[in-house]
Design a protein around this ligand. Sequence first.
Ligand code: FEO
Length: 399
Amino acid sequence: MFKPVTIAEGIYSVGCRDWDIRDFHGYSTYEGTSYNAFLVQGEKNILIDTVKSGFGEEMLANISRIMDPKKIDAVISNHTEMDHSGTIPLVMHRIGEDKPLYCSKMGAKNLKSHYKKDYNYQVVGSGETLTLGNRTFTFLETRMLHWPDSMFTYMPDEKILFSSDAFGQHYAGDKFFDDEIGEEIMPHARKYYANILLHFSPRVQALLADVAKMNLDIGMICPDHGIIWRKDPAKIITAYDQWSRQEPAKKALVIFDSMWESTAKMARAITSGIESEEVHVRLMNTRKWHRSDIMTEVLDAGALAVGSPTLNNGIFPVIADVMTYIKGLRPQNKIAAAFGSYGWSGEAVKILNKEFEEMKWDMVSDGVKVLYVPDASDLERCFDLGVTLAKTLKVKLSE
Ligand code: FEO
């Protein structure tokens, strides 16, 4: 049981915290997450979004501490992914299936596909304004941020933006607002952007331009995960602007896996070469780091060295996992180099180069391959590769 949190007069956060979740479809959530839902009370009572399946009774119990859930007059669904729509069937069953369910056109299509129900869908579009009792809602479709159905709901009188997944963070804790948690929330927000939204960065730029054009007065941002931005909503908007520009920092990553320590030795020599040029570097062994933590570091890294031994004419499975994940999120503006030890066929470096090409990353060389175990001169070549990577990055940053 969770005590609803008042976010403005008659407006409450009534969602649930998922303290235990550690894997959110492949994203590591070391501090759990929350599924935020919002109750707007007034002449009409409106529920904005719901929670993941399994948390519905808890959400209804939260609402019961404010009013009888049967008195909800309508539901607004900003996003149909199951962590927010999973309890729509329970809610509709409880409040009456004829009650209006406001959503985007794609939202209606998705909800029908998910729940096989013909609810009283009321499709709303971008810029549309709806008055329900004494409350006004304006909708802004945010297609592919990050699903085709996604939209924002804005309350102009209260200056509150309900932003669905955007501006969220996977965080479950006893803090509910930015001013309560302070800077501690930013690494969560950054990880969330890198792992959920990076792929859609051009759309984030377009959305921020649209929001600026619309001159929305945003006093508070309520995302569907994590804390509410009430003290300084501009802080997360500025961060999104920066992250979505994908400007490289003076920072390099060396990502590797190793069979018998040979590729690991190469990785350490490359790291030393990068360091010698006073470029910030992180060495990340894919056996020790979760793919989503590596992705968070990729967000602003200007240069990447990726190393894999050759196994069965291919790259190592864990490296393949990480590269598939990174590639799907489409990080841009990177320079790269591949490296790896091999025994006879030695395809790994070539395969990694192809991955870089497909991501349109600039390669500084054909990479470094070492037969079996690196000797001193091989490690010197690796050190030099690190130097080249760092120097190329510095030139790029000075242009
Ligand atoms: Fe939090 Fe796209 O769902």
